[in-house]
Write a protein that binds this ligand. Structure first.
Ligand code: BGC
Length: 735
């Protein structure tokens, strides 16, 4: 992207002046009393520093640290509301001791509510979209960008980091998560958090745990065996925490096996603390706290966004001896410790200006790595601009923008004040313009697609028809099914009938069913593509970028094939439906029994022998790859090697995947992903891939010993380009 040098000069000059002015202002302030306090010694550990602060605190100051100070539109405004930064919530600091306020903002795919503060945020591709890159470096860039933009806007804690597994693809928040495989999802979210927190914001992983559907999320009881829980949803969190070391875990709204997640001793203490050694703090989802003593004893450290249970009620419980002071101290210690560990105390936030152009380029690059090519009949793609005279661009808003995901994840598009909940927000990144820019000599015409006949007529008159279809979703809702809404299937079928050169581009929240799959020549998954999505899509369509991404979720043939063909809904007129009423519930009102257990996504379709539309791990390229020479070296950490060759004529990146089948006695689905590598290859080039497998990835959770263990026996390792294309097999015995 070219930036006018004058704008760049004046922009940088303005920044320099602003920064000198704010430094001077800071310098002119008298040094605070705490500047040389013992806890400001950076050579001490976060634990030591937290303990030194803890000793100074009064009971009231301790209570202030364990709850939020309200949120706009949520109950009565709190007296401290003016101290907030405009985000989802904040927790007071201790000014006299140099402990800052924790200013929290949602930031799933970018910083939320920036327009309200007169600011700008970059929207990255949806979390699910970015997961299709299988790229830990992209995940790191993703997190670092959000961390920088959070600080620039005055925040020091993110509420991003969603990693609930796609157990239920109709879940309206699927786009906020990282797909259906615990190892892929956990690795990616961990790398996002690692780099986000490196910017000195408290990192967060959520929604802990099994918040796998939105319908009745405040009152649903997820019933699941310990083994299935440990090997699926919890495994993703565990890996994310190991890699990212987030200083906060957000417990979810739902209950797990009878106890609400924010007062669930098993998940909050037995697993999170004792099994995994987590040292940060647990923050409740907004209104997800249901008690004082039970929640505190179970391991909840901080109630958000208010103080229904962790304000006066908590203080009273301490004074009455119902909660020991040591328990309160433990919660406070964890919160203070997190502030030191993430660098909030040593690197206070100062608002600054976001690098709009630099961050747009990152957003586009990540989208280019996230676009999945699902179908390419007769090498329809990449398009050759020189041979196209007429191009039809069809679809809702395809002339002006691309769709984004809603709910608390929603990023404000430039020029639009905070969109209302439920609004479908289109970012001003125009497919029509980007396609025209790629084919400047072609006549590029637009039809909205609302009239199928008109769209088909335009398609019939064009060399190629590019149809943009969409599927919106949001927090607080689930999709009724995976069908494209508003008769878009009929429209695609009509266009495809009129023109055999029809390419469908999906702007999708989750998996989509495609009754027209065999009638179109190309299918491209763009997900919710972020602020600079259209140029990224055009780059793939015209071959400036060779697609490399692979599906992080299965696309089933029909919802009838899902483990739960019908979504299980809450009882009518249930109490907890209104957000502010959530906390009044003392127990869940209905259950979803996840009796499919460990069989999530491809593990389900494999085990049940059900064909799918497009399998997990699938994605085409403009080049081709060949796999050979699989060897396995057993040991405490088995090592697997194989060779990938680029057999086509274009430079490409192949996401080479490794799966393992466990011994029959393990009673596991036919295979699980245990590793992968993104292999960049020139035409004709070969590279050897070496993957060292974490033994936990080959283990099962043994309920009797309450631990992961390797089942001795024969393991088959399989390598290839998707979960259903695994040409290499080798079996070894592991003890
Ligand atoms: C969502 C969280 C979010 C919080 C604050 C809740 O409704 O479930 O993901 O971080 O609100 O906006």
């Amino acid at each position: 992207m070219k930036i006018n040098p004058l704008i760049k000069f004046f922009g940088l000059a303005a920044l320099a002046v602003a920064s000198i002015a704010s430094q001077a202002q800071r310098r002119s302030q008298p040094e605070p009393a705490w500047a040389h306090a013992a806890w400001m010694n950076q050579s001490l550990s976060p634990d030591e520093r937290a303990d030194l602060v803890l000793k100074q605190l009064t009971l009231d100051e301790k209570i202030d640290l364990i709850h939020g100070e309200g949120m706009a539109g949520w109950g009565k405004p709190k007296p401290n509301a003016y101290l907030g930064n405009g985000g989802a919530g904040f927790t007071l600091g201790v000014d006299r001791l140099g402990i800052p306020i924790i200013q929290m903002s949602d930031a799933a795919y970018g910083v939320r509510s920036s327009a309200m503060n007169g600011r700008y945020s970059t929207a990255l591709p949806s979390n699910l979209g970015a997961a299709a890159s299988w790229d830990t470096d992209s995940a790191c860039q993703y997190g670092a960008l959000i961390g920088r933009e959070l600080r620039a806007q005055g925040y020091n804690m993110t509420l991003g980091g969603g990693v609930n597994l796609t157990r239920e693809p109709r879940n309206g928040r699927t786009f906020e998560y990282q797909g259906e495989d615990p190892i892929l999802a956990g690795t990616l979210v961990g790398n996002r958090i690692r780099c986000e927190q490196a910017q000195h914001v408290i990192g967060d992983i959520k929604h802990y745990a099994v918040n796998d559907q939105e319908s009745g999320r405040n009152e649903v009881n997820a019933i699941i065996s310990k083994r299935a829980l440990q090997e699926t949803d919890l495994l993703a969190f565990h890996i994310g925490i190991q890699i990212g070391n987030p200083q906060a875990v957000m417990c979810s709204y739902n209950a797990i096996n009878g106890d609400f997640a924010c007062e669930n001793k098993y998940t909050l203490t037995d697993v999170l603390r004792n099994q995994w050694g987590f040292q940060g703090f647990v923050v409740s989802d907004w209104g997800g706290t249901h008690s004082t003593e039970k929640a505190s004893a179970a391991g909840l450290d901080n109630e958000e966004p208010g103080e229904v249970f962790y304000g006066d009620a908590y203080k009273q419980a301490v004074q009455d001896g119902k909660i020991p002071m040591s328990e309160l101290d433990l919660h406070v210690h964890r919160i203070l410790r997190a502030e030191f560990a993430a660098g909030l105390v040593d690197h206070p936030v100062h608002k600054s200006v976001v690098d709009v152009f630099g961050d747009l380029a990152i957003a586009r690059h990540i989208e280019e790595q996230s676009i999945v090519l699902l179908r390419n009949q007769n090498h329809q793609l990449p398009l050759s601009a020189a041979s196209l005279h007429t191009i039809a661009v069809i679809g809702e808003h395809a002339d002006s923008g691309m769709l984004s995901g809603g709910g608390s994840a929603q990023v404000d598009p430039p020029g639009q004040h905070s969109p209302h909940w439920g609004q479908h927000v289109w970012f001003p990144t125009s497919p029509l313009q980007s396609i025209q820019a790629m084919a400047p000599k072609a006549k590029v015409s637009f039809a909205s697609g609302s009239d199928s006949a008109a769209a088909a007529t335009l398609a019939a008159q064009s060399d190629v028809a590019i149809v943009f279809v969409n599927q919106w979703s949001s927090e607080g809702m689930d999709l009724p099914d995976l069908t494209l809404p508003n008769h878009q299937d009929d429209m695609v079928a009509a266009v495809a009938k009129a023109n055999p050169h029809t390419i469908v581009v999906l702007e999708n929240a989750t998996a989509v069913t495609m009754p027209w799959v065999k009638q179109v020549s190309g299918i491209v998954v763009a997900w919710f593509p972020g602020s600079d999505g259209a140029p990224a899509v055009a780059n793939v369509l015209f071959g400036q970028v060779n697609p490399s991404a692979k599906l992080p979720i299965t696309f089933p043939l029909s919802v009838a094939d899902l483990p739960h063909p019908k979504l299980i809904m809450p009882p009518p007129h249930s109490e907890g439906a209104a957000p502010v009423q959530r906390h009044v519930l003392t127990s869940p009102t209905f259950s979803v029994n996840y009796d499919e257990g460990v069989k999530i996504g491809y593990k389900w379709y494999d085990a049940e022998d059900k064909p799918v539309l497009f399998p997990f791990g699938f994605g085409l390229s403009y080049t081709t790859y060949n796999y050979s020479g699989l060897t396995v070296t057993p040991g405490a950490k088995p090592t697997v090697t194989f060779t990938v060759k680029n057999t086509g004529s274009r430079v490409g990146v192949e996401i080479a995947q490794l799966y393992a089948a466990l011994p029959a006695s393990a009673q596991e689905p036919p295979k699980r992903l245990v590793g992968w590598s993104r292999v960049a290859l020139n035409p004709g080039e070969s590279k050897q891939v070496t993957l060292t497998i974490d033994p936990m990835y080959l283990s099962i959770f043994d309920e009797a010993s309450n631990s992961f263990r390797l089942v001795p026996g024969s393991y088959t390792f399989m390598a290839g380009g998707s979960s259903q294309s695994l040409p290499l097999h080798r079996s070894v015995t592991l003890q």
